[in-house]
Design a protein around this ligand. Structure first.
Ligand SMILES: Cc1cc2nc3c(=O)[nH]c(=O)nc-3n(C[C@H](O)[C@H](O)[C@H](O)COP(=O)(O)OP(=O)(O)OC[C@H]3O[C@@H](n4cnc5c(N)ncnc54)[C@H](O)[C@@H]3O)c2cc1C
Length: 558
């Protein structure tokens, strides 16, 4: 059985090595059009920043090392240019000499990855992507040649753009980040992205939202707001698209999302051809739809699954949750499942919980804060997605939630997870348990909540806002028009409160919940502002960054 693999990095090489482990007799050839195989593309930004100082550390394997350990025939600088499905052959062009050969296969695995999106930055502008070893060689050489402080423009504030920004700053480069949208880190909901925006400003990044690069200018680039910013280097990180050209030319079905369509065993519409990685449409774990998610874990997992299928040991289909994490200076931002934006786009009913716990017991030194958002199906109590941003402990919590979603736990079931606790690691009620408590209270009707963006409409309809924080907290910053009744005085002041609907809030939602319980048991109509003042502030700040605001949306304080 001869297997040919197109693309020799994450998905392709996982398939190749797994197949060898399953079958010592398999004939396996890998064609890679680039000069490097199995390189650490996720590490590339950190080489630019000097965090990874040895370029050799990026090159995890060579054709020689793969031949020695796995008896793989790996050919770099070889591009597969055509597939003849009837003859079961591929045309291979040696990129350096141009020489072409024809190779036959019994099974073909397409692992060609993604290509940088084009047509967004202006034609003729000298930009560089950050996707390959050649890219980082070019970027580091260019920066090394600049006398004085170098400056760079990064276009696109997604995962790779933000990693590029962090590493350029780390290297001492002055960075302007240009983002077409009204928030940084588009996969997040706007209020959860607010701390990321702040972190960029703290580190001196010139962030331009609602802006594009329109042309090159003397010593830099011209932006759509009319300004000219300096740029020795322009990094184009506006996103990627699946590289499906080879597959499409061969009549392989491309899904509606734009990626190659595969079934649960990574098989395409041609039973001899499999596809994995960034070029492939994933099966969404929430609704089974076709979706584009370009992450290394999925490429590796699906590469392995493809080898299992080819070796006759197919496993269970593994749909994608889109679990992802970003490090940005001292901040970590992570997500799993659907964002609220996506849920709203689907018109799907949902419930939201915001919390702001500490990474571990606050009496133990070094606790760091985090903001969490959980999205829940209000009918089934299923977890639809989560986002977390903050300091230490974000990575652990997002992985717990990804595990819970994979295992089909409901939001309320998070209360019952018995998680490891000592004060330097967590709290006796871990932030995950706390999310569950809030979710369970909402599901049971113990508390009624209101989201930050619903506040203005509720007040317009006559609700009175009661801030239950201390007088000192209230004085330090408050929601305009709120009355301050500290939680510890609320029972005594119950008779003073209006009979009509009340909304209570505290700093993060917890004291507000207690206040809501006291007031509702006193017969009042009360809702707790979810996530408290902190979520509301993040929300209205994110709205203030938008170019036009809906007049029905939240008011921005003067
Ligand atoms: C800078 C950067 C940082 C990243 N960081 C993370 C991260 O932290 N976490 C994470 O989960 N993901 C990260 N990713 C994404 C991750 O690297 C990809 O999801 C993963 O590499 C996809 O694997 P793949 O095999 O589909 O494609 P790739 O790894 O891109 O490999 C595809 C290969 O196929 C080759 N090829 C294409 N067409 C042909 C052809 N016709 N003939 C021969 N060869 C061909 C290409 O040259 C390429 O080398 C990052 C990506 C980049 C660029």
């Amino acid at each position: 059985m001869k297997t040919i693999i197109v693309g020799g990095v994450a998905g392709g090489m996982s398939a190749a090595t797994r197949l060898r482990r399953l079958d010592e007799t398999a004939d396996i050839s890998v064609f890679e059009r680039g000069h490097y195989v199995s390189f650490a593309n996720c590490g590339l930004p950190y080489y630019v920043g000097g965090v990874i100082s040895d370029r050799g550390d990026l090159l995890l394997q060579t054709p020689e090392s793969l031949a020695a350990r796995f008896r793989l025939d790996v050919r770099v600088d070889h591009e597969v240019t055509a597939i003849d499905r009837d003859a079961k052959t591929v045309t291979v062009r040696q990129t350096r000499s141009g020489a072409e050969t024809t190779e036959s296969y019994d099974r073909l695995i397409l692992a060609a990855g993604a290509l940088a999106r084009t047509g967004i930055t202006p034609a003729g502008l000298a930009t560089r992507t950050l996707r390959t070893v050649d890219d980082v060689d070019h970027i580091t050489a260019l920066l090394a040649g600049v006398t004085g402080q170098a400056s760079a423009v990064v276009i696109g504030a997604g995962f790779i753009g933000l990693e590029a920004v962090e590493n350029l700053v780390h290297r001492g480069v002055h960075v302007t980040l240009v983002e077409f949208g009204s928030q940084v880190f588009g996969p997040f909901d706007a209020e959860m992205a607010a701390p990321i925006f702040d972190e960029l400003l703290v580190h001196g990044v010139d962030v331009r939202l609602n802006t594009t690069v329109v042309a090159s200018a003397d010593g830099g680039v011209e932006l759509s707001d009319g300004s000219v910013v300096p740029a020795d280097l322009v990094i184009d990180s506006v996103g990627v698209l699946p590289d499906t050209s080879l597959a499409a030319r061969a009549g392989i079905t491309i899904g509606a999302s734009g990626g190659i369509q595969v079934d649960g065993s990574q098989q395409t519409n041609d039973p001899s051809i499999y596809a994995v990685g960034d070029g492939v449409e994933k099966i969404d774990a929430i609704d089974g739809s076709g979706v584009l998610i370009t992450m290394a874990g999925l490429a590796n997992r699906h590469g392995r699954a493809t080898a299992d299928s080819i070796a006759g040991e197919p496993g269970e289909a593994s749909p994608a949750l889109g679990t992802a994490i970003l490090g940005l200076f001292g901040l970590t931002a992570a997500m799993v499942g659907w964002s609220e934006k996506r849920i709203l786009g689907q018109g799907r009913a949902h419930r939201v919980v915001h919390t702001h716990p500490a990474s571990h017991a606050t009496y133990y030194p070094g606790a760091e804060g985090m903001s969490m958002k959980l999205l829940i199906d209000p009918v089934t109590d299923a977890i639809l997605g989560a986002q977390i941003v903050g300091g230490s402990g974000v990575d652990k919590r997002i992985d717990i939630l990804a595990t819970a979603m994979t295992g089909g736990l409901t939001a309320s079931a998070l209360t019952r997870l018995e998680l490891a606790y000592a004060p330097q690691y967590s709290s006796a009620k871990d932030p995950i348990n706390q999310l569950g408590y809030v979710a369970e209270n909402l599901a049971a009707g113990t508390t009624r909540a209101l989201q930050w963006h619903e506040l203005a409409a509720a007040r317009d309809a006559g609700a009175v806002l009661v801030d239950v924080r201390s007088a000192g907290e209230f004085a330090a910053g408050n929601i305009p028009g709120a009355i301050n009744v500290p939680l510890d005085e609320i029972r005594e002041r119950l008779p003073d409160l209006p009979d009509g609907p009340l909304i209570v809030h505290c700093q993060v939602g917890q004291r507000g919940h207690t206040a809501a319980r006291i007031l509702s048991q006193g017969g009042l109509d009360v809702r707790n502002l979810d996530g408290g003042y902190r979520t509301w502030t993040a929300g209205v700040t994110s709205l203030s960054l938008m170019p036009t605001r809906d007049s029905n949306s939240e008011r921005i304080p003067a």
